[in-house]
Write a protein that binds this ligand. Structure first.
Ligand SMILES: *[C@@H]1O[C@H](CO)[C@@H](O)[C@H](O)[C@H]1NC(C)=O
Length: 319
């Protein structure tokens, strides 16, 4: 038996970011601020979308789902990230690590599909405004949003099952701040070719196909806009698309860099820095861009906050 002199690992230590304490303290404060901001922002968007009757439309239902997703997507990784900034030797059990892997990739895949659905929805609304409500009716909208979640959770299922049947030999240290695919694949006892190939293929298929869908939706939108005669509508729609494209490019740029690299050597330092973008920054920026460009959401926001203020005053005065 080859396995006898290898101890099986039951717990991992995250190495996180290196550096002196004050540098890591600065990181901690920075990440905590961004995390709390994105929690507040996304909660506010969900409450606004759910409470406001005028926002019961596909576009906003998708937006509400995106915000709900971003909360979990960032929470899955940021909690350990914050701990590793502040403390040495933050640990995670093997089952915790596999759970984190599974949730992180499920959320990531859901996000890719949902962003593609939102781009397609935009495309339908602009390309075919008259038939839009017919094409994107309530059942279709339900199907799309439920389908994003189901598809997202199915995508990493097989590689998660494979991983949970393999043994980890160590070293016990994970040179990252969460159980990302490449850092943990380095720690298996056995050959990881199959699981690496599977995981890379699944990620690439989800990422590239949703990216192509988004790009072709926006491509069609731009062509439609160029044909439009009204300058005002043109400018408005164009600036909306440009801002969506910016966030989509940041998100997809970083995840394509991180996950679509068959056979390339993984660089831990670059990997960690790039992960910060899609784990911490996009959950704050994404919903913000989709919301700030939108008059209806902003109006509903103000209404919602005013109601809250009235309610608080009422409670205050009765006491
Ligand atoms: C998410 O989508 C479902 C439809 O599948 C909808 O009922 C729900 O309200 C949405 N969630 C949010 C927070 O908007």
């Amino acid at each position: 038996m080859e396995m006898t002199n290898q101890t099986t690992v039951t717990e991992f230590i995250f190495l996180g970011f290196p550096g002196i304490f004050y540098l890591r303290l600065t990181f901690f404060v920075m990440f905590l601020t961004v995390y709390l901001l994105s929690l507040m922002e996304n909660t506010l968007i969900i409450l606004t979308v759910v409470m406001e009757p005028t926002l019961q439309m596909p576009m906003y239902i998708f937006l509400g789902n995106l915000s709900f997703l971003e909360i979990w997507y960032t929470t899955v990784t940021v909690t350990k990230l914050l701990a590793t900034c502040l403390l040495w030797g933050v640990t995670i059990s093997v089952s915790g690590c596999i759970t984190q892997y599974c949730f992180f990739f499920s959320m990531g895949a859901t996000e890719c599909i949902l962003l593609a659905v939102m781009a397609y929805d935009q495309y339908l609304a602009i390309y075919n405004p008259l038939r839009y409500s017919l094409l994107m009716n309530t059942p279709v909208c339900l199907l799309f949003s439920a389908g994003s979640w189901i598809g997202g959770f199915i995508a990493p299922l097989l590689s998660t099952i494979l991983i949970s049947h393999l043994n980890f030999c160590g070293p016990q240290k994970i040179n990252h701040f969460f159980c990302d695919s490449d850092p943990i694949f380095k720690l298996f006892c056995s050959d990881t070719f199959l699981v690496e190939a599977l995981s890379c293929t699944c990620s690439s298929v989800v990422i590239l196909s949703s990216f192509l869908l988004i790009m072709s939706s926006y491509g069609h939108i731009v062509v439609t806009l160029i044909r439009m005669s009204s300058q005002e509508a043109w400018r408005k729609a164009f600036s909306t698309c440009a801002s969506h494209l910016t966030v989509v490019t940041i998100y997809y740029g970083t995840i394509i860099f991180a996950y679509v690299h068959p056979l390339a050597k993984y660089n831990f330092t670059i990997g960690k820095v790039v992960s910060v973008f899609y784990c911490v920054v996009t959950p704050l920026v994404n919903p913000l861009i989709y919301t700030l460009r939108n008059k209806d959401v902003k109006r509903a926001f103000r209404k919602f906050l005013a109601q809250k203020r009235l309610l608080m005053q009422g409670i205050w005065e009765t006491n």
